[in-house]
Design a protein around this ligand. Sequence first.
Ligand code: FES
Ligand code: FES
Length: 869
Amino acid sequence: MEKSTAGGNRQTDLIQFYVNGRLVKAAPGQKMIRFLRDKMKLTSVKNGCSEGACGTCTVLVDGKATKACILTTDRAAGKHIITCEGLTPREREVYAYAFTKCGAVQCGFCTPGMVMSVKGLIDQNPDPAPDQVKEAIKNNICRCTGYKKIIEAALLSARIFREQEDIPENTWKGLIGDNLPRVDAPGKALGDAKYCDDLYLDGMLYGVALRSAYPRARVLSIDTSEAEKMEGVVKVLTAEDIPGKQKIGHLQQDYDVMIPVGGITHFLGDAVALVAAETMEQARSAAAAVHVEYEELPGVFDMMEGLKDEILVHASNGSNVLAHEHLVRGNAEEAIQSSKYVVTNHYSVPPTEHAFLEPECAVAMPEGDGVRIFSGDQGIYQTQKECAAMLGLPRDLVRVTAMMVGGGFGGKEDMSVQHHAALLAFHTKRPVKVTFSRAESILIHPKRHAMEMDFTTACDENGYLTAMKATLISDTGAYASLGGPVLQRACTHAAGPYNFQNIDIDGKAIYTNNPPAGAFRGLGVTQSNFAMECNLNQLAELVGITPFEIRYRNAIRPGQVLPNGQIADETTALVETLDAVRPILERNPKAGIACAMKNSGVGVGIPDTGRCRIEIRDGKVHLHSGAACIGQGMGTVQMQMVIETLGVPPEMVVYHEPDTALAPDAGVTTASRQTLFTGEATKRAAVLVREAAEKAGGIEKLEGQSFLGEYTGITDKIGSDKPNPVSHIAYGYATHVVELDEEGKISKVTAVHDIGRAVNPVALEGQIDGGVIMGLGYALTEDFPLSDGKPLAKYGTLGLWKANQIPEIDSIPLGKAPMEGLAYGAKGVGEIATIPTAAAVQNAYYNRDGKFRTRLPLEETPYTRKKKL
Ligand code: FES
Ligand code: FES
């Protein structure tokens, strides 16, 4: 060992070990993840939790897969560490190819760690069985893919190494329907792709927020003097330092950038002060040294208590009701009275956490008279709008550049770190990085709403639905976020994809002092679908027909009218999804079944536009769009739209990450809208290129020219007086079937989706696989317990599914959309893949043991966890 001076005159023994074949020396007692990332800049080693729970930091230590966040430098003495950067050229080639070809990469944040676990296995066992792969990656969580394609990629990698196969040339043309390799997959698989936290800019500071000590309290005073004097501290800010709007927000501006003196906190995640310091540790220490005096106030932590308005979360609102929806069509009460069969049940569903693998991170830096923000979010223009408002700057002085996004699922639609990074950069005139710890991430970003739901559903003697009535109460937590639209979608889809007309649905979203709730894959439909579909099975039993049959009789068909009044268009293929699962139900009548519908696009009369700008540069077709790729593969979708339209080879098309300085606003990645809206806008831009090229005599003659494609979906408002309002441009439909094994474990899920047309079938199947596993988690294991507004879960106790738990998944996309339709007939699948799973699981358990479960996660199953929290 060598001696060095560290921390003054004290001599420290340096630890020696090898990283990617190179001898390195490190002070003892450091977390290996920090050494590898901060000192060696080996950013393939991702920091998903720093708690040993996610596996994104997996490296090989003497050949064994090891989490770098729980390894310390002193325990590595003499050992050999390998990260993705240390793969041989052959290994890089093989893993990049196999993971890309199999569609094993979505957001990619888990992938370098997966690759290391797979390498650890293959190095020991060149011919692993699928179960051995599952075992080897069971400590690597993937929230996107559902693991199936990762397992396939591992087996393919092993075969290529074993058989010494050459990597085949890419022969895909990239037309609609081709499995064009994802443009971003190789870089993500090898850890070369850059996420925000991988940025290390010269002179960069680290920003940390001091959070409220109480979910509801009045801030009496804030004393920053001690923190300001601490080593490394450059700036301490409070609400007084906000030059523009004190409150921001996605749709409603109720979110405090920081709580001012005299203000009242709304939840434990509220920021009271911000610190920028030379190191993260110094920033955290200084934030803890900010002295705040509070007057603790009673809070409201239960949505039913919130309804009473005895304690107001936002006093200026005069009520805790954020949103109220009342949808009426026909006369539900009368129809129920005269119906042969009626069922009523109360359903309770919990809040759940997105658990994307990449915690929120933003880096902001001064640029000109404004700031530039590097952000991993779901909409760069939304970030620009909110940060500009807070800074009191015109929007064009706030530039937002998208980095890779390590998963979002709705949880990165709101500001979390971006505004704080921007404010600190604005004041310090230096780059500032703000990265959430996993605990902050879990506390702060909006969750899936907990809901309490009463559903009454009625049918005639033949099982034809006649009416439904429902009340839904959602806990929207401390801030509005997307609580309004979530409630609205829960209500507009509560009657399901069925052909009947009498509905009376009343919903309320209630503020509480819990962490906020907002968008999460399914946007409220995940909740109301569970209630509607479970009720349907009880009706079937009363009628004496199967759950399949009641769905088949009522399934919406082209030309029929949905319960919201919209006429189902000719692409509607719900019946086809049912036909596809009929043989399963005939073979296994105890299988559980559920159907769903989900809109593509915001709809309901709200302006909704996708945009794409194509520039011809250096003889290539460059794509610029503000549409965020949060793992779904938006860049590849856009490339295929262009290739289909122009007939050019893939290597002629260049996709660029979103940047407000270069790309037009394409709206937020939400509501399964980007494939349809920005896909169609991209197609339209390509049509303009094609027309211009025809006139000019070739694309190469268009050098330097730009072409803007735009598509706006025109829809009708809720409450429109039209007899058949068009609420949404398109709907996807799905049927899920769940089978259990002898022990009552899930053995297989068949997920059939009407997706219109598959742009890229492998990518689409991956979306469905991932959605199904997320749906199984929602059904059986995931929860987000709170105690007086305080989350009790850590990443490792959220109930996320691991690779060794997954059943067989059969994802079947189908559709009958015309090729000449919008976006070549693609409808989008992002959200619906998660929606019907929970109800299908409930039905499978009912068929097994006769217990009709009305709460999620479902109780008394082999997956039920002992309550130790
Ligand atoms: S970052 Fe190490 S296990 Fe999550
Ligand atoms: S691809 Fe695995 S977490 Fe996103």
